[in-house]
Design a protein around this ligand. Structure first.
Ligand code: SIN
Ligand code: FE2
Length: 217
């Protein structure tokens, strides 16, 4: 029967397992993506993207801002969460309801119930920007998962193990993909390879955005 197979296009894809407790939900944010990108621009109008400096004195290649009650910041003094944007000295923009609901639905889909993030870090990658292997370990509550949303140009995501030396697997993350990790893999090393020169997306041009939702305490 003509068209029958099209029915399956709307079914959510099965989560792909990256490691114990870690799941890739392909296309999970597709329906919300355009709205999420609009919100990112709105947030950046109040708290602009900036290249933060690591405690070691290096300027990060990904530009960052935050929304929610707490924002992840770094400077020569260290990594930490801050209630105020050090650039504007005001609170971070509120976390939009669309952000919160998406993060909660994604956590739920990966079997993490009752996720209540206090922070959403927004990364912007342009050509050559990357995030070297690291652990997300500035949070006091390690029982909650990390929810990470990809928007715009695709990138190569690395997901390793509990030790920096563990060889990471690589996964191509595309517009609308969501990765959720917690439990046994909550402190696993991860990062992204440099955004390629040919990176392009109809909604973001040569940029890729990432939303990282975290419960801090
Ligand atoms: C990060 O883990 O800090 C960012 C990952 C990403 O951009 O996908
Ligand atoms: Fe991270």
């Amino acid at each position: 029967m003509a068209g029958t197979l099209d029915l399956f296009d709307d079914l959510p894809q099965e989560p792909e397992r990256l490691a114990e407790g870690a799941w890739l939900l392909r296309g999970f944010a597709l329906c919300d993506a355009a709205m999420l990108i609009d919100e990112i621009h709105r947030i950046a109008n109040s708290s602009p993207f900036r290249h933060q400096v690591t405690p070691g004195g290096h300027s990060m290649s990904a530009a960052m801002t935050n929304c929610g009650g707490l924002g992840w910041v770094t400077d020569l003094q260290g990594y930490r969460y801050s209630v105020a944007d050090p650039l504007t000295e005001h609170s971070w923009p509120e976390m939009p309801e669309t952000f919160l609901q998406l993060a909660q639905r994604a956590a739920q889909a990966a079997e993490y119930h009752g996720f209540l993030p206090q922070s959403c870090l927004i990364n912007r990658y342009e050509t050559g920007a990357r995030m070297s292997l690291h652990q997300d370990r500035d949070e006091q509550d390690l029982r909650a998962p990390i929810v990470s949303v990809s928007l715009g140009a695709p990138i190569s995501f690395m997901f390793g193990g509990p030790k920096r030396a563990d060889k990471p697997d690589r996964w191509k993350l595309e517009h609308g993909d969501v990765v959720v990790w917690g439990g046994a893999s909550r402190l696993f090393y991860h990062g992204v390879a440099p955004l390629g020169k040919k990176a392009d997306h109809p909604l973001t041009g040569a940029a890729r955005y990432n939303l990282t939702f975290r419960k801090v305490y």
